[in-house]
Write a protein that binds this ligand. Structure first.
Ligand code: HEM
Length: 165
C-alpha cells in the first residue's frame, strides 16, 4: 500500500505531529516580538546567499531578491506563530507546496535549509531554547512536507486540499 503523505513526512523528518505543532500551544510572536523574526530571517538568508560550500543550494535562490525573500519569510513566520496576518495581506494564501513548485525541494535541500536555520536560530539574540526547539520542530516537519509535495509534483499529482497547509 502506498504511504500517506503524513506517514512519509513523519518518517523523513522524525518529528511527531504533536511536536511539529507545539508552536500552536504558545504565542511565539507575543513572546519574541516582530524584530526577533526580522532578525532571524535576515540571519537565515544572509547564510543562504553566502553559502559558498554548497553552491547548488545557493543557486536555488538565484532568481529571488534577498530582501524580498527575507520579508516573505518573516511575514509568514509572524502570521503562523500567533502574530498579525502580514503575509496573507500582501501575498494571499501561503499555499507552500504550490509556491515551492518552481524549486527542487529534495531531501538534501531540506537538510541544507534546516542547517542554515539551526545556525540562524543559534546566533539570533533573544531566542530562548524552548522557543528554538518548538520552531525547529515546526520547520523540520514543514521542510519534509515540502519534500513530499515536491515528489508529488514529479509524479504529476496535485496535493489534496488537506495537504496544502
Ligand atoms: C526544504 C527546503 C526549502 C527550499 C529549497 C526552499 C526554497 C525557497 C525558495 C527558492 C523561495 C523563493 C524565495 C522568495 O522569493 O521568497 C522560497 C520561498 C518561501 N519559502 Fe521556502 N524553501 C524551503 C523550505 C521552507 C520551509 C521549511 C518553510 C516554512 C517553514 C518555507 C517557507 C517559505 C515561504 C513562506 C516563502 C515565500 C513564498 C512566496 O511568498 O512566494 N520554505 N523557498
Amino acid at each position: 500500500m502506498q504511504k500517506s503523505m503524513q506517514e512519509k513526512v513523519l518518517e523523513w523528518s522524525g518529528v511527531h505531529p504533536d511536536d511539529a505543532f507545539a508552536i500552536d500551544g504558545t504565542n511565539l510572536y507575543e513572546k519574541l516580538g516582530l524584530q526577533t523574526f526580522i532578525n532571524l530571517s535576515t540571519n537565515f538568508y544572509n547564510r543562504v546567499y553566502d553559502d559558498e560550500e554548497e553552491e547548488w543550494f545557493r543557486s536555488i535562490f538565484a532568481n529571488s531578491k534577498k530582501e524580498d525573500a527575507i520579508q516573505n519569510q518573516y511575514e509568514f513566520f509572524v502570521q503562523r506563530m500567533g502574530g498579525p496576518p502580514l503575509y496573507s495581506q500582501r501575498r494571499g494564501h501561503p499555499a507552500l507546496i504550490a509556491r515551492h513548485r518552481p524549486f527542487p525541494v529534495t531531501r538534501e535541500a531540506a537538510e541544507r535549509w534546516l542547517h542554515h536555520m539551526q545556525q540562524a536560530l543559534d546566533t539570533t539574540k533573544d531566542i530562548d531554547s524552548d522557543s528554538k526547539t518548538k520552531m525547529m520542530n515546526f520547520f523540520r516537519h514543514t521542510a519534509f512536507f515540502l519534500v513530499a509535495g515536491d515528489e508529488m509534483k514529479n509524479q504529476n499529482k496535485q496535493p489534496k486540499p488537506a495537504e496544502t497547509e
